[in-house]
Write a protein that binds this ligand. Structure first.
Ligand code: FES
Length: 151
């Protein structure tokens, strides 16, 4: 399939590197929008490691998505500076919409993901909506954002 071919090309491109798994995963997500399950055995075989190890790395880094993103992507900063000014309330709201699990989409088909610092620490809580940064997002503004994207 096209997916497998893309994955094979990416594997070949990075095969010479010392620690090739992360660059491979980054490129796969950049080109396919997520890490498809079919990529896991390909990566494991190419790198001579177990599938569980590949899965472990994908799960460890919050940036990797296991399924395609929804119609909109909202990222909520969960790092310390934002937490200190109330970002946990945003996470709680997001998790309620996601059914308690960060992986997946809301009923309206919106992806909400945790992120660890958006570089807007002085203006937290910070949120990113389809690539656009927004600071000082209180719960009222967060609800507005979620309504705007149809979460
Ligand atoms: Fe949230 Fe840096 S801690 S933007």
């Amino acid at each position: 399939s096209q997916t497998i071919q893309t994955v094979s090309e990416i594997i070949a491109r990075h095969a010479h590197l010392e620690g090739p798994l992360l660059p491979m995963l980054h490129d796969i997500q950049a080109e396919l929008g997520h890490i498809p399950e079919t990529a896991v055995p390909e990566l494991a075989a190419a790198l001579n490691i177990g599938r569980a190890e590949v899965h472990g790395v994908i799960s460890f880094y919050h940036d990797f998505r296991k399924s395609p993103a929804g119609k909109h992507v909202v990222k909520v900063c969960r790092a310390e500076a934002c937490q200190a000014v109330g970002a946990n309330a945003l996470s709680d709201r997001a998790l309620a919409l996601l059914g308690g699990d960060w992986h997946g989409k809301t009923a309206g088909g919106v992806t909400i993901e945790p992120v660890y610092c958006l570089g807007l620490c002085a203006c937290g809580p910070a949120v990113m909506v389809d690539g656009q940064l927004e600071g000082r997002v209180d719960t009222a503004r967060f609800d507005e954002i979620l309504k705007e994207v149809g979460a």
